[in-house]
Write a protein that binds this ligand. Structure first.
Ligand code: SAH
Length: 398
């Protein structure tokens, strides 16, 4: 197997040898291997300054992360057979943990496939490439997924905003199967949710919160529950299934609210769960004014801190949101609060909650830490793979 070599400067192999998969452009010995010699997405051998190969990866000369390692050593070509192997390894984890074929099948770097995300909805697959390297391998990935999963439909939903960092254009295409108008159904814990992986958000469903939603079982029986930023009602409907007396789901998207309403009926929760279209901050203020109180408040917002430089502003937004959440809680209430912003540290989220609690003269007890589910495994050497954090808190009068 002959791939062009990407040579690293002296000492720049340390991080890769410690488990990381990324090469930054300033780590490349451009006198030996000019980045301009590589095409975006081109497969390469990553080699250290003493000519020892580290492994096979791919290059994007237009990106700050200019190469990513896919396979250690030079024994395996980056081809369909390697992809099939990696997909089978990823599938084995999910099949071990989940009873049914609904999960994130591939979580990029953590599954040894940097730049690739694959969500599975039974026989519907939604794949997303976020790097030029994965984009170049699209046909091989499609073939490998067909071999491993045999999907009825396979969508490439290549419209994530981070693609811009690799100078990739947006494109959404059906690679396998015939388009139909049937809604895609997600099954989670015995419930069914109608979703739209193509027009909907991200790849259609937030599998990363599934295990966290499982925790509602111990918290909501006979209680009034408020599910803010509810999207398709993941938290809210799970709460209803665990016996909540009343659930209000709130989202600013009309499409989401319409889908929640259908999901309420589909699962037989009419009369117990309702869906409201509103801005979360406005709605919480309205509830506060009306002195409407809930036993359990769930705050699962979109990322407020998308870039590191937004942290100062974002932490204020999280704190404000959590204060508002506490203000609509009953005297002994449960607050479930989350952040999916990688750049928002767990400790900063918690200290914001604590400051908000003191400001309102409340006492907070941290019951459970939340993190992304096991189908989004964390790569211990790559901090960016750990992005979802949250807390289950009891909020009491001081
Ligand atoms: N809780 C969901 C995922 C939330 S995704 C789940 O478990 O599946 C974030 C959601 O927040 C999106 O559905 C988006 O439409 C909604 N949203 C974004 N900004 C909002 C705002 N200001 N007020 C209310 N909803 C908002």
């Amino acid at each position: 197997m002959q791939y062009p070599a990407l040579y690293l400067k002296r000492g720049e192999d340390t991080r890769l040898r410690a488990g990381h998969l990324w090469v930054f452009s300033n780590e490349v010995d451009v006198s030996r291997s000019p980045l301009t010699d590589f095409k975006p997405g081109q497969v390469c051998a990553i080699v250290d300054s003493r000519d020892k190969p580290i492994g096979v990866g791919y290059v994007n000369p237009n990106s700050l992360i200019c190469a990513r390692l896919v396979s250690r050593g030079l024994d395996h070509a980056l081809d369909k057979s390697l992809l099939v192997h990696k997909l089978n390894v990823a599938l084995a984890l999910r099949e071990r943990i989940y009873d049914e074929p609904w999960y994130r099948l591939v979580f990029g770097e953590s599954d040894g496939l940097p730049g690739l995300t694959v969500d599975r909805f039974n026989d519907v697959i939604v794949a997303q490439a976020t790097t030029a390297g994965m984009e170049q391998l699209k046909d091989e990935i499609t073939e490998a997924l067909v071999k491993v999963i045999k999907p009825r439909l396979l969508w490439w939903k290549n419209d994530a905003s981070i693609r811009a960092m690799e100078q990739l254009p947006d494109s959404v295409e059906l690679a396998v199967g015939e388009r139909d108008n049937e809604p895609v159904i997600v099954r989670e814990a015995g419930l069914e949710f109608e979703c739209d992986p193509v027009a909907g958000q991200k790849t259609g469903w937030f599998y990363d919160q599934r295990e966290n939603r499982d925790g509602l079982e111990h918290l909501v029986k006979g209680k009034r529950v408020l599910d803010m930023f509810s999207y398709l009602g993941g938290w809210g409907l799970r709460a209803a299934a665990y016996g909540a007396s009343e659930v209000v789901c709130v989202d600013s998207s009309q499409a989401a609210v319409d889908a929640i309403s259908r999901n309420i009926t589909r699962n037989g929760f009419d009369g117990r769960v309702s869906a409201v279209r509103a801005d979360a901050f406005d709605y919480l203020k309205l509830l506060r004014e009306q002195r409407d109180r809930f036993d359990v408040v769930i705050l699962d917002p979109p990322a407020f801190v998308k870039r590191k430089k937004d942290l100062a502003e974002g932490r204020v937004a999280y704190r404000r949101l959590n204060e508002l959440g506490m203000q609509v809680l009953e005297r002994d209430g449960i607050l479930i609060t989350c952040s999916c912003s990688y750049h928002m540290p767990r400790s900063v989220l918690l200290s914001g909650v604590q400051q908000g609690a003191r400001h309102l003269d409340r006492h907070v007890q941290l019951l459970w830490n939340l993190q992304q589910g096991a189908d989004h495994p964390i790569h211990p050497a790559i901090a960016e793979t750990e992005y979802l954090k949250g807390f289950v808190l009891r909020v009491l009068p001081a």
